[in-house]
Design a protein around this ligand. Sequence first.
Ligand code: ACO
Length: 222
Amino acid sequence: MKQVPIILLGAGGHAKVVLDLLHALDHEVLGVCDPELANRSTSQWRGLSVLGDDEVIEEHQPNSIALANGLGSLPNSHLRHRLHQRFKGKGYRFITLVHPSAIVGSGVELGDGVQIMAGAIIQADTHIGNDVILNTGARIDHESVIGDHVHVAPGSVLSGNVKVADGCHIGPGAVVIQGIKLGQGAVVGAGTTVLSDLPAHYQLTGQPPRPPVELKRKKNTP
Ligand SMILES: CC(=O)SCCNC(=O)CCNC(=O)[C@H](O)C(C)(C)COP(=O)(O)OP(=O)(O)OC[C@H]1O[C@@H](n2cnc3c(N)ncnc32)[C@H](O)[C@@H]1OP(=O)(O)O
């Protein structure tokens, strides 16, 4: 497909990382749309022209540009999701971005507007839905299925055959063991280890370990 210029949406922390990624992939960036910058009449942001608020996008034909969603995603914040739906509904395309340092295995499928950040790894035959963020250094192992609008936060680890339904949030440093299913909109807290399925719209945090137990050893083992 012919490369069209990109408009970046948003100018917060996530947008800075997305802009670096666009530069790393040599994309032409037309400018940034951000209501706050537009309100302050700021004309430049990190070397980009501030085009205005989101309405400006509709001055461009849907097939003449692509969009990069610079809004981050946290549990109970739905702005990123809404922005994606709004402009997709009007025929615009969100570009899928894969950082050059990420590893994407064979048979991996990536949806529209997926953002794979630096150092992330996706192993074979995994499916990633639309508008997913696989954040810095996060890892998803073989044959996993990740729904739409999921955020896998920095450094989290999903083992093989994990199924994550639409809209889930997996906090930084979380670990999900193999074969687990997370229901729609489920939230896994930072640093939490998931050992059993989590129903839709449930949140799991913490997990204090039980007291250590002495391991049985065979005779004459080191
Ligand atoms: C590049 C980037 O920055 S990407 C963004 C990365 N950041 C994230 O992904 C955010 C992840 N957020 C979390 O992990 C949050 O803790 C959440 C969303 C899971 C929970 O948030 P809330 O529901 O607001 O929980 P709240 O702060 O009210 O805490 C409730 C209780 O759970 C505890 N708790 C909350 N999160 C955790 C956690 N991850 N592990 C252990 N305990 C936790 C709190 O200490 C508190 O305990 P208390 O009742 O004894 O005081």
